[in-house]
Write a protein that binds this ligand. Sequence first.
Ligand SMILES: Cc1cc2nc3c(=O)[nH]c(=O)nc-3n(C[C@H](O)[C@H](O)[C@H](O)COP(=O)(O)O)c2cc1C
Length: 335
Amino acid sequence: MLKTALTARLAIDHPIIQAGMAADCGVELAAAVSNAGALGTVGTIGRTPDGLEQELARMKAATGRPWSVNIVTFDWAPFAGSLLDLTIAAQPPSITLSFGDPLPALERCLAAGIPAIVQVQDFAAASAVLTAGPAAIVVQGNEAGGHTGRRGTLSFAAQVLDQAGDVPVVVAGGVATGRGLAAALAMGASGVLMGTRFKATHEFGGPSTGLLEEQRSSIVQSNGDNTVWDEITDIALGMQWPRAIAGRVLANRFTEKWLGQQEALRKEVAAQEQMFAWTAANNSSPETVLNWAGESSGLVHQVLPAADVVARTAAEAEQLLRDASRVLEPVPASS
Ligand SMILES: Cc1cc2nc3c(=O)[nH]c(=O)nc-3n(C[C@H](O)[C@H](O)[C@H](O)COP(=O)(O)O)c2cc1C
């Protein structure tokens, strides 16, 4: 078993957090991950307050193990304020915050006695969060699937580790197997957070649809080279994410058509009367869907049950760390 500052802080068995992934990740995935001994997370983007309230009640019934709720902390996020209010009122074992300015939400979590795990995208945000009392800090690198900032995972994580003191550091972006977990722990981090790997599980997305199957199979088929990180994802959705944050998706006909054509896409989306109308009309085929996924797609070779992802990742990392001393040449006895 890999026991770290993170497993101790969150009372979990394995130093693995499943990313909150919007409304596509609900109780089925989060409870499977928590019941497997890692930290499962209910996503909230795209949920209404009523819908989230029901999901949290289902989550409480589905596991007795620790779990989390992901809240995105930027002004534009639909229902952002009320989703945080009702999440705090539900008193989950932890809350995961990400994007924009997480500090006011972090303060509210602390005041309510709920441990807050804060994901950051740049060093300035990391420095501010570290002094504000998070239960853990998640360093999210540019390789990540979904929305992410500019920083590459490795140097960013090393910088935050130098600064973090007693706060457990979690590495996100590009981790999908035990190699990534072992590397994170070897550099001094206390765990990893994975999104893309957990998207390619049976439990992601609730009831299976053809389009969801296609998305999972595109991740499995990807060698990791075919992702695109660009604001066209948000222009298509008509959403404004914080500066320097953009979405990473798998390349398809949508990205081929619109990369470099941001203004034209903006005009086309603005011509729609209803919000999300353009994406609704263009998001129903594998060729045009926004298939949020990161470079770690190249490490995903099979759709698996979420519990297997947890067990395999933890076991592989432990083996690699036990073998790690072999990396070094033995020191000659005379020296
Ligand atoms: C399908 C998908 C949806 C995501 N949605 C969210 C979200 O709702 N909130 C959030 O904080 N992060 C979200 N992320 C980003 C994750 O929190 C995480 O940083 C990322 O998945 C880590 O990189 P990886 O994909 O290489 O594991 C999403 C990622 C993916 C792949």
